[in-house]
Design a protein around this ligand. Sequence first.
Ligand SMILES: NC(=O)c1ccc[n+]([C@@H]2O[C@H](COP(=O)([O-])OP(=O)(O)OC[C@H]3O[C@@H](n4cnc5c(N)ncnc54)[C@H](OP(=O)(O)O)[C@@H]3O)[C@@H](O)[C@H]2O)c1
Length: 245
Amino acid sequence: MTKTPRGRDEWAVITGANRGLGRAVAEALGRSGFRVLVGARDQAGGDAVAAAIREEGGTAECLPLDITDEDALARLVARLSESGVPVAVLVNNAGIYPESPRSHGPDVDPDPLRVSPTVLIESFRINAVGAVRIIQVLAPFFRTGSRILNVSSQMASLSRMTGGSLGYRMSKTALNAATRVFAQVFADRGILVNSVSPGWVRTHMGGPSAPRSIEEGIDTLVWMATDPDFKESGFFWQDRKKIDW
Ligand SMILES: NC(=O)c1ccc[n+]([C@@H]2O[C@H](COP(=O)([O-])OP(=O)(O)OC[C@H]3O[C@@H](n4cnc5c(N)ncnc54)[C@H](OP(=O)(O)O)[C@@H]3O)[C@@H](O)[C@H]2O)c1
């Protein structure tokens, strides 16, 4: 059971919250009492998530947010400034897996020996640089005890690295590097930064054969976002336990 430590005077910002793990985290944090900012580039989908949270008695709004769009980031900053409310939780969830059989079109060759620079750069642009840009623009809005949760993958673990999915693996490993760097950058402000692997989950990205439910996939994220006793920073987590980088 997660605790409900905070009132509705603090934001939980979730990127890619229109579906999959992001949607489920947004709804769970809405139930925990956060004011939820549903970041979604699909505004209709994001609006539906915000409405579902409000129907359950929570507070939520959708902000159209492509994390690679600097104009969208400026609108995010403007909305947070206008609210005067700090960001207690950022879930850097938006991500792509372009080499996945469920994602790539006929123009993507997933073989590491042939995968195109375009695919590699796009992986970095969204999974690593996009997440870093969100952290950079939200930096003024965090307060002591805020949590930054970077949704990574066990496929980014260098100690377990195997072949395939080069762009996805490299970009999520870069995201893990950002976790370490920002944990240090924010240490004196008491802001906690961690990477979380949800495991292999039945979403659009994970596909129907994945062993985990969405509920299982978000458990560690919701725990880290809501447990007032959680004080760790600069680590990689799965199933509420630290795992090797
Ligand atoms: N499912 C798994 O097995 C698994 C395992 C390890 C890690 N993860 C990670 O978990 C996170 C969520 O994945 P999921 O399984 O829920 O997959 P999903 O259903 O494919 O959802 C991905 C989300 O990211 C959004 N997104 C992609 N690019 C974006 C951008 N430039 N700006 C804003 N949003 C963007 C998508 O928006 P659109 O709807 O507009 O495309 C969608 O909301 C990802 O970071 C993924 O790498 C998943």
